[in-house]
Design a binder for this molecule. Structure first.
Ligand code: ADP
Ligand code: ZN
Ligand code: ZN
Length: 745
């Protein structure tokens, strides 16, 4: 139900007492279409004709705690999105849609033998069944079909008809935690900084307080969360721990599972099957799991204070991470929702990072949150030594093969060789997928470049030797594909490619280190090479065991992993983000370089980092190399202050999208005009635009932006409300409203 304030229904007597937050079924619209929604208010509507009120049809049995209804109302207001959308974000689909009992069909042999000769096809299938290894049964029908190489289920059905195999069904078990039961972890002694942080945070349990735990990579932040959580659990309260892309960091989940398995741990992220998600969610709402660990959506874990399950702490690990921001409606930032929820529930919130967002850093320096700093790595591990090399010098110095451009310069090449000789492991980062990012005409006078015909971006070449053209070109925005053109369509010259991606570097590594490549010890990790989280975990496990020596990949690799064997980290091109037309380009570059550098030197041997860049004097790179967040942040905040940008100012952005350029422009102008009118009574509001977005077209729709800035949230909130009242700011397919945007492309 998309009506902003909800609709009014009556409750028939035979439905019993309906409670706040219940999910109910009710007739909607002129034809009484069946719809479901949440009860967001209870009471007698005095101002509506009772004859016009329709009755609720059915209670579904599912219920959101009242505190989440309150949170959804706040989100709907703050992020300027329909309440229905905010509510729909509160619970996973699997919880809302009542599940049938989930059963699986399985097949097993009956133990009988054929009494008469089988027809040829059936006989072939039977022999294949007999040849399967012991322990293959029971098996699902399609898996059996594949295992015996049958074209369809026909032969299997024949074998069932003859009584050789049997089919039966079983209720599917939901495996909440794959893998072995947790072991008791060895206790560690906190160092003085960790103790101070734990003490400072623990002292505020029981009421709202915001904390920033600023600790260099590997400084033991997780250990701090764990200790504070022990206190929370001892008080009989519950906690939420958020981590970006938790499906990629199973070690983190197991650390929480080890410690809190008695209090009950629930996991929430989109990589789980619907049945498992539902079960975890239900365990939280029944009070069986008191620690919820998860990605963005875990901020909505259904702890219900009214039912005696009190939320005592929210932790947001790697709080700077862009994965906390949802980029479709409701466009919220789970970190900021976490702060708001902590305020509403009266508990502390801890934001942790080695590279805090400038928003959080500024809040800490202004005293809005308490700062706890961990400056060193425990147990003698040192921060790695970082060497910045100028790619211009590297290219000049590179005499190894003049015909081919190389992406691993001589300095990095030497460091990799040295590390491999000494038995160490290497992580290489390149934040660009595919073989090449540009396909163009070699003739500058012609200047043709292959662009997507639906989007204002260049197409990326992905090599695939199995294809006749040697690969495909793909648009990373609308995902459209075509074969690689051989010749320039304008002048007919043979096309060239440049802008190396991970695939191409993988190819170069194989040439530089042939023995390592032959041993299968070089692996590429990006969303093209990894099918699903399971495959990714397998690669990381192999890396942890030392079977993989060089791991090459995109920013997936920069996140939160702890590999003691990594001696060398190489950043192949630190400039991939630096020149983007987004005021956070420097901040993002700093974060990426500092985070990936932090993967080196976590074991006994000291780590080294080589950063290749064409901008060796850029502050983001210089300070990341010195592990000096504070100087970087101070400088960057001055830049933002001078230009009146976040976090000094607050921002909201409206993007109008339409297949017709004039239409998009007309709608954007209308919004800008209305904002100019609002400005007359709200002088601190600044309005920019209409202007084309940096990517001016995506998926065949033109994109035109209007931005508003103000020194505090209030004028922005007031302006959005006024737009909404004027019918100009409906958050829908044609208009995207982004409050506190983090990406401006
Ligand atoms: P972060 O979350 O800051 O990256 P972690 O909490 O994961 O850091 O700690 C990094 C490593 O150091 C982990 O292997 C952890 O077990 C270990 N560690 C943390 N605190 C201590 C300590 N006080 N003494 C010894 N080892 C510690
Ligand atoms: Zn496209
Ligand atoms: Zn040409």
């Amino acid at each position: 139900m998309d009506a902003p304030e909800g609709l009014t229904y009556s409750v028939p007597r035979d439905l019993g007492i309906v409670e706040l937050g219940e999910r109910v079924e009710a007739p909607l619209g002129r034809h009484d279409r069946r719809a479901t929604g949440y009860v967001i208010e209870l009471g007698v509507a005095a101002d509506i004709d009772p004859d016009k009120i329709k009755p609720i049809r059915r209670r579904t049995g599912m219920r959101l705690p009242p505190n989440l209804i309150e949170l959804a109302k706040w989100m709907s207001g703050y992020y300027c999105c329909p309440l229905g959308l905010a509510l729909s974000a509160m619970a996973p689909g699997a919880v809302k849609h009542e599940s049938r009992r989930r059963t699986v069909t399985l097949i097993r042999p009956t133990g009988k033998r054929p009494v008469e000769p089988l027809p040829a096809k059936t006989d072939e299938a039977w022999r294949a069944v007999l040849a399967l290894p012991a322990g293959s049964f029971p098996i699902e029908p399609t898996a059996l079909k594949d295992a015996i190489n049958a074209a369809n289920l026909g032969p299997i059905n024949r074998l069932i008809e003859r009584g050789l195999l049997e089919r039966y069904t079983e209720v599917k078990r939901t495996e909440l935690f794959p893998g072995p039961a947790p072991s008791k972890p060895a206790p560690v002694n906190l160092n003085a900084e960790q103790r101070d942080a734990v003490g400072g945070i623990t002292a505020t349990l029981g009421s709202f307080a915001a904390h920033l735990l600023f600790g260099v990579t590997g400084s033991g932040k997780t250990e701090v969360y764990l200790r504070v959580l022990e206190e929370v659990v001892a008080r009989g309260e519950c906690a939420i721990v958020l981590a970006p892309e938790i499906s990629l960091t199973p070690q983190l989940v197991s650390r929480f599972h080890e410690r809190f398995h008695a209090a009950g741990v629930a996991v929430i992220h989109s990589g789980l099957s619907p049945a498992v998600r539902r079960e975890h969610w239900m365990r939280i709402s029944r009070g069986e799991a008191r620690v919820a660990v998860g990605a963005r959506s875990a901020v909505f874990a259904p702890f219900d204070a009214a039912a005696g399950v009190k939320l005592g702490l929210i932790v947001v690990d790697e709080e700077h991470d862009g994965a906390y921001k949802q980029d479709d409606a409701p466009r919220h930032n789970a970190r900021d929702v976490a702060i708001r929820r902590a305020q509403m529930e009266g508990c502390p919130v801890v934001l942790g990072s080695a590279t805090p967002s400038l928003e959080s850093w500024r809040n800490a320096t202004l005293g809005r949150s308490r700062l706890h700093t961990l400056r060193s790595r425990p147990a003698g591990a040192r921060l790695p030594r970082v060497r910045v090399v100028d790619l211009a010098d590297e290219l000049r110095a590179d005499t190894s093969n003049s015909a081919r451009l190389s992406f691993v310069g001589p300095t990095l090449r030497e460091e990799i060789a040295r590390t491999l000789d000494a038995g160490g492991q290497v992580i290489l980062l390149l934040n660009r997928r595919g073989w090449a990012s540009y396909i163009c005409c070699p003739d500058h006078r012609c200047g043709w470049t292959l662009r997507c015909d639906q989007c204002d971006v260049t197409m990326v070449y992905h090599r695939d030797r199995a294809l006749p053209a040697g690969g495909v070109v793909r648009c990373h925005h609308c995902l459209s594909e075509q074969l690689l053109p051989g010749a320039c369509p304008v002048c007919g010259k043979r096309v060239t490619t440049f802008g190396a991606g991970t695939q191409r570097v993988e190819d170069e590594l194989a040439r530089l280190f042939p023995e390592i490549a032959l041993a299968g010890a070089i692996r590429r990790v990006d969303s093209d090479s990894m099918r699903g989280a399971g495959m990714y975990h397998d690669v990381l496990d192999a890396f942890r065991r030392g079977e993989i020596r060089i791991l090459l990949g995109t920013q997936m690799l920069a996140k939160g992993h702890d590999f003691p064997g990594v001696e060398l980290v190489g950043v192949l091109n630190a400039d991939t983000a630096i020149n983007l037309p987004d005021f956070r380009a420097a901040e993002r570059t700093f974060q990426l370089v500092a985070q990936v550098a932090g993967r080196a030197g976590r074991g006994e041997r000291p780590g080294r980092v080589v950063v290749q860049t064409f901008n060796p004097h850029h502050p983001a790179i210089v300070h990341a190399a010195n592990h000096d967040y504070e100087t970087f942040a101070a400088g960057e905040l001055r830049v933002r202050d001078r230009s009146g940008l976040p976090p000094i100012a607050r921002m909201a952005r409206i993007v109008v999208r339409n297949e017709q350029h004039e239409r998009a422009l007309r709608d954007a102008r209308r919004i800008a005009r209305e904002l100019e009118r609002i400005r007359e009574s709200s002088p601190t509001l600044r309005v920019h635009g209409p202007m084309p977005c940096a990517i001016s077209r995506i998926g065949d729709r033109y994109r035109i932006a209007v931005e508003m800035l103000a020194p505090s949230p209030a004028p922005i909130q007031a302006a959005l409300a006024a737009l909404r009242n004027a019918g100009l700011a409906k958050s829908d397919a044609a208009t995207a409203i982004d409050v506190d945007p983090i990406a401006l492309l």
